[in-house]
Design a protein around this ligand. Structure first.
Ligand code: GLU
Length: 283
């Protein structure tokens, strides 16, 4: 935050695979941007189906091998459901339960016009089918959505802003209510079977960890508008954001978890040093 002398950052991987060069880059940037001792680690293990304890252990090991250090104990999202539920309760007056499946949404969106249905940082832009339902009728099979129109009305402000610190990353300096409604829409705050969505959890966690600068890939730039809106609604501070470039493979595709060949530990096994990894990602 402006005026705050300390810069606190975090690296927030999900233990759903081995860390690859893209993660090494993201972790090293987060550590570089932080003041000494203020680089934090957070394990984003909301999706119990896909997360594995073995991958979490591998994360700690690979990061330590890279030369990084962080305060313990680390924050783990799977242990923070109470905090997410409390935030969701606060937002409930601006929310509605949604029973639509992805197929329903696609059908509703593609009925009138041909071509690809519009998508934003939270996936397909929800057409509002369940918007008139009340939270009193929420059932265990429902997702919970934030009504963007009601959210902006509650804010009493129709513009979102945040400070971007990565040179060249700021693709737009602000987003207004109409841009949010047409480009992002009514986002999901809690999914069926999963207490919290990524968006709600990340906002609550960044505030609880007192993160002052969120460093992450440029692919999350547009999602940041969702996070700024949630921060405003929950009276949480908006940190600075640093959206860095993505590490791509030789064909120009961004690395994914399944790109095991680029896993840090495979380079380790082949005799690479942490310095080699830094060189490979251009740091
Ligand atoms: N868990 C997210 C990921 O693995 C991190 C997103 C963020 O840094 O906000 O991409």
């Amino acid at each position: 935050m402006a005026g705050d002398a300390v810069t606190r950052t975090r690296f927030a991987p999900s233990p759903t695979g081995l860390l690859h060069l893209g993660h090494a880059y993201a972790a090293l940037i987060a550590a570089r941007e932080a003041d000494p001792g203020r680089f934090l680690l957070r394990i984003e293990d909301l999706d119990a189906e896909r997360c594995r304890p073995g991958y979490e252990a591998a994360i700690f090991e690979d990061l330590a091998w890279l030369g990084l250090d962080w305060p313990r104990p680390v924050m783990r999202q799977s242990e923070r459901m109470d905090a997410y539920r409390a935030a969701l309760r606060r937002l409930a007056p601006l929310c509605y339960p949604c029973r639509c499946r992805r197929g329903d949404i696609r059908a509703a969106l593609s009925a009138p016009q041909e071509g690809m249905p519009p998508a934003g940082p939270d996936g397909l832009i929800y057409p509002g089918t369940c918007r008139s339902r009340s939270m009193a009728e929420a059932g265990p099979g429902d997702a919970i959505r934030l009504d963007a129109a009601r959210a902006f009305a509650a804010l009493g402000d129709d513009r979102l802003q945040f400070r971007e610190t990565a040179p060249g990353a700021a693709r737009r300096p602000c987003l207004d209510r109409d841009g949010f409604r047409t480009g992002i829409g009514d986002v999901i705050l809690a999914r069926r079977g999963m207490g919290s969505s990524y968006h709600l959890a990340v906002v609550v966690d960044d505030a609880d960890q007192a993160i002052t600068r969120v460093t992450r890939g440029a692919d999350l730039f547009e999602a940041t508008w969702i996070h700024v809106l949630l921060q405003r609604l929950l009276d949480l501070p908006t940190p600075e954001y640093h959206h860095h470039a993505l590490i791509r493979d030789d064909a120009g595709k961004r690395l994914a978890k399944r790109d095991d060949a680029r896993a840090i530990r495979h380079y380790r096994a082949a005799g690479a040093t942490p310095q080699d990894i830094r060189r490979m990602v251009g740091l």
